[in-house]
Each structure stands twice: as C-alpha cells, then as structure tokens.
Design a protein around this ligand. Sequence first.
Ligand SMILES: [Zn+2]
Length: 293
Amino acid sequence: MRTPHSRVPRPVVPLCLALLLAACNGRGGGHEDGVTIDLDKAKAGPAAPLPTIYGSRDASRPLVVLDPGHGGHDPGAISPFGDRREKDVTLAVAAAIKDALAASGRVRVAMTREDDRFLVLKDRYEIARRMGAQLFISIHADAAPQGDGARGATIYTLSEVASDKEAAQLAQAQNGADAVGGAPAGAGAGVNRILIDLAQRESMEVSAEFANLLKREASAYFPFRSDYHRFASLVVLKAPDVPSILFETGYLTNAGDAAYIESAEGRKQIAAGMRSAIETHFARRRYGVTAAH
Ligand SMILES: [Zn+2]
C-alpha cells in the first residue's frame, strides 16, 4: 500500500448471447451460490496456467480463491517489528487458510500465488473468474502511522464511494500497485455495461453478507476493529460476478497484532475463523438462507 496512485478503468467484459438470455430470464448461469448472471470467462482473463485446486475433489463443491496480497517487487507494508514484509505475511496467512479449508474438505480452494511473485490486480480476480470461483478473498495486513494505535482486522467490500478517508486512501494506494489498462468500450458495451452492473450489484450484496458473517464467525478467534466493515473502490474487488472481500488481518504496525499474525498459532486461529465463516456462508447459500443473522 505504498505505491503511487494511477487511475485504473473498470474492466469491460464481453457477454455471450446464451448467458445474456439466461440473465434476461432470471435463470442461473451455473453458480450454485445464487450468482445468477454469468459472464464470458473464456474471453476475460490472461492465458496463464490456473493454480492448483486443493480440498474437496468434488467439482460441484464451491471454490474459494485466496489472494495473498502484494508479492515480487511489491513488498506491501513493512513491519517496524523485525522488518517483516506484508507480502510474506499475506502468503503465510493465505497458506494457513488454504490448509484449514483443505483439511476440512467441504469446499475447494486455490491461491492466486503460492510463491513470491508479482501479479497485477486485474489478473488476481481474473484467476478467480476463469476458475469459476464463488468467493474471492484478498489477504492483506494493515499499516497505520506511528502512534495511531490502530489494531484489529478490517474487511473491505467494493463501493465506488469510500466509507471514510482511510478507506479512500487504501483504495488510492492499492490501485496504484499496477497500471493495467482496461479494455476500451466497444460496440454493444452499453448492454454489457448494464448486465455487468447487475451482476456486480448482486456480487456486492453477497460480499457484504459474507463480511458480516466473517465478523460474527471469526470474532471468537481474533479481534476486529469496531468499524470492521469498510467500503472502497478497490480494483482487486471488481470481478463483476465473483463475491469478493479484501481482508486486512490486523496491523503490522501494532506490536500485538504483528506478533499474532506472524506466529504459527495466530495464523492457525485466523484460518479457523475464516474456515468457519466460509463453510457457513456456503451452507447458508446452499439452503437458500441469504441474511447473515
Ligand atoms: Zn496490502
């Protein structure tokens, strides 16, 4: 989150006719979690090989894509306690969540990166889209100015309007991590835009439900900020058809948070809380319960 701001246009993705009709009929596009409008994934993403899927071998089980933030030449925040880099912390936390989900076996799980490499923001969520994921979780660790005293986890979901100044600053810094250009709007983009907006709106609602559920399920395992759910226009959350959150595990600038996140036991607890929320989320959606109360 220490990179300069650059404006990144929202992606414009072509739709195939069959899926467009399915959308008009209010019929599902293949997602069992209730995301009813599917988009043409085949034309949307990079041709890079897709990551390994862990957990259940049953392809009908929901797929969660974990995205360890930063990587490669982008270290993210640096902890003042031992100079630990955010990119390493996020990878370790994501791996712990992946292991917990795989051991449980109720869902399938993949990671956008399993080593120290750089991925542009759009490629991160395009991996989730190409894999047909039903949930995308970008993992980060926060940093606050010296003396701020901030601690605890925060969940961000997508909104064009930031919920507060800190959320706006996060979006500005995060979105500057790469300078990927979106596809120019071509013929028919108006219709596509409407359908993409509809899909995006449903994804945003599911994302917000999951944010509340995560707070409820994981509070027993690790602390959240009092204003734990924030909104920001984060590029990495802009897959129109995959519910997405950005999870800040805590503050690397807080001694207690940093020690917790960097310990194997702390990561295990974060993973346990996340696993509980993810499995409850999909159980709710499977049985048609949509409110996280
Ligand atoms: Zn970050």
